[in-house]
Design a protein around this ligand. Structure first.
Ligand code: OVM
Length: 403
C-alpha cells in the first residue's frame, strides 16, 4: 500500500513491529506508546492504522458497516490476496451473510446447551485437579491445567473422535499466526498446513461427528434449513479453530494472574463465586486475543485523521483493556473491579460467540482448584509462547499448598 497518499500532516506514526519477538515477549510498552501517540497511529512498517485507546477500539468494533470483517481480520486483504483457507462464515463475514451462521452458533453454544454440560465439566475439573495433585504440589499451571482442561472437555463437547486431537492446538496456533504478517511465525506453521487443515476439515463432516454435541447440533440446524448443508462443516470448523487455543491461553492467564496476585487468590477462596469475574478480569488483564484487523469500507474520520477506504486498521484489544482513560489502576488484576465492558472478547456483532463456553470451562477449573489449594505461587520463571495474535504462556511453574 502506498503511504504517500495519506493525510500525514500531523498523523502520529510508529515504526514499531507489533509482531516482532521483542514486542510479543512484552507488548505493554508498545501499547502504552500507541495509546499516548494519539487516537489513530500509522504503523509505517505495514502501511496500516492502529487504534489502541478504549473508546476508539470500542467504537470501531461496533461499527461493522465502516470497519468490515469480510476483507479478512488479518493483515492480508482478501479482496487482493487469496486467503490461506476458505474464509470463516462468522469471523470473516458481515451481514447479511454473517447472520444465519451466527444465529445458529449462538444457539448451539447458548445457555441451554451449557446447562447440560455444567455438572460433567465440574466433575472433570475435580478429576483433573486430583490427577495433577496426586503427582505432587509442584506442577505447570499452563501445561498441566491450562492446556489439559480444555482438551479434556471441549473436543468431547464438539463430538470429534479421539485420534488426531493433538493437532488442534497447532492448527489454532497457525490460524492465529496467519492474521499477522508473513513472518517467521507463519513460516514455522506452513509445513503442516495441509496436514492440519486436512484433518480439521475431515472432523467437520457429519458422519465423523458424534450423534450428540455441538457438531451434531450444527448439522441439525442445517436439517431445519437455518443454514445450508454446505455451510455446516465451515461452522463446525469455526469451533475447532477458535475454541481451543483461546480457552487454553485464557485459563493459563487466570492461573498466572492468581500465582502473581496472592491476595486475589485469598479473595477467591473466601468467595468462590468470584471465579467467573476472575476469568473476565484475567481476559481483560491479559487479553489472550491481543489484536484483530478491520478494513475501512469508506473514508472514515477518527479525530483529525481520515482512514482511507480499503485500508486495514489494527484494533489493539489488549491496549484498550489497559487504557487508564477507562480503567482505574489498569495493570492490576483485581477481583473487586467490574471488568464488564472489556474488549477481550471483542464487541458488537462479532463478539466471541463461544464466550459462555470459555467462562464455564474457566469457572469449572478455577472452582476445582480453589476447593483444594490454599496458596499458589510461581515456582520458576513463566515462559511465553509467541503468536502473532495470541498472548500465550508455554509454561507457568507453580507450587501450591493444599488444605
Ligand atoms: C473462525 C474463527 C473465529 C474466531 C477466531 C478465529 C483463528 C477463527 O470462525 O474460524 O481465530
Amino acid at each position: 500500500m502506498p503511504t504517500s497518499d495519506l493525510p500525514t500532516s500531523d498523523l502520529p506514526t510508529s515504526d514499531a513491529d507489533p509482531f516482532s519477538h521483542e514486542v510479543l515477549e512484552d507488548p505493554l510498552p508498545l501499547h502504552e506508546a500507541l495509546r499516548e501517540a494519539g487516537p489513530v497511529v500509522l504503523l509505517s512498517r505495514y502501511g496500516t492504522f492502529a487504534l489502541a485507546r478504549y473508546d476508539d477500539v470500542h467504537a470501531a468494533l461496533v461499527n461493522w458497516q465502516e470497519f468490515e470483517s469480510s476483507a479478512g481480520v488479518g493483515l492480508s486483504n482478501f479482496r487482493v490476496e487469496e486467503p490461506w483457507r476458505p474464509p470463516s462464515l462468522l469471523l470473516e463475514a458481515d451481514p447479511p451473510r454473517h447472520d444465519a451462521p451466527r444465529r445458529v452458533l449462538q444457539k448451539v453454544l447458548g445457555p441451554r446447551a451449557l446447562r447440560r454440560l455444567r455438572e460433567g465439566w465440574a466433575a472433570d475439573a475435580d478429576a483433573l485437579v486430583e490427577e495433577v495433585l496426586s503427582r505432587g504440589t509442584s506442577f505447570d499451571a499452563a501445561r498441566d491445567i491450562g492446556a489439559a482442561f480444555p482438551l479434556r472437555v471441549f473436543p468431547d463437547a464438539v463430538g470429534i473422535p479421539e485420534p488426531g486431537r493433538e493437532k488442534l492446538l497447532p492448527y489454532g496456533d497457525h490460524a492465529f499466526n496467519a492474521f499477522g504478517p508473513d513472518n517467521d511465525l507463519v513460516a514455522k506453521g506452513a509445513p503442516r498446513v495441509a496436514e492440519l487443515s486436512g484433518w480439521v476439515n475431515a472432523q467437520c463432516q457429519r458422519d465423523v461427528l458424534a450423534p450428540t454435541g455441538f457438531g451434531a447440533d450444527i448439522w441439525a440446524a442445517s436439517d431445519r434449513g437455518e443454514i445450508t448443508p454446505a455451510q455446516a462443516p465451515l461452522v463446525v470448523r469455526s469451533l475447532l479453530t477458535a475454541g481451543v487455543d483461546t480457552t487454553v491461553h485464557g485459563i493459563s492467564a487466570v492461573l498466572y494472574a492468581f500465582a502473581t496476585h496472592p491476595d486475589q487468590w485469598q479473595r477467591l477462596r473466601a468467595e468462590p463465586g468470584l471465579a467467573r469475574v476472575a476469568f473476565d478480569e484475567a481476559v481483560r488483564w491479559e487479553s489472550p486475543v491481543q489484536t484483530f484487523f478491520r478494513t475501512a469500507t469508506t473514508d472514515v474520520r477518527i479525530g483529525d485523521v481520515v482512514v482511507p477506504e480499503g485500508r486495514k486498521v489494527l484494533m489493539f484489544l489488549a491496549a484498550a483493556n489497559r487504557d487508564p482513560r477507562r480503567w482505574a489502576d489498569p495493570d492490576r488484576f483485581d477481583l473487586s473491579r467490574d471488568p464488564s465492558g472489556h474488549v477481550g472478547f471483542g464487541m458488537g456483532i462479532h463478539q466471541c460467540v463461544g464466550q459462555h463456553v470459555a467462562r464455564l470451562e474457566a469457572e469449572s477449573i478455577v472452582t476445582a482448584l480453589a476447593r483444594r489449594v490454599r496458596t499458589i505461587e510461581l515456582d520458576g520463571p513463566p515462559v511465553r509462547h509467541h503468536n502473532n495474535t495470541l498472548r500465550a504462556l508455554e509454561s507457568v511453574p507453580v507450587r501450591v499448598v493444599l488444605d
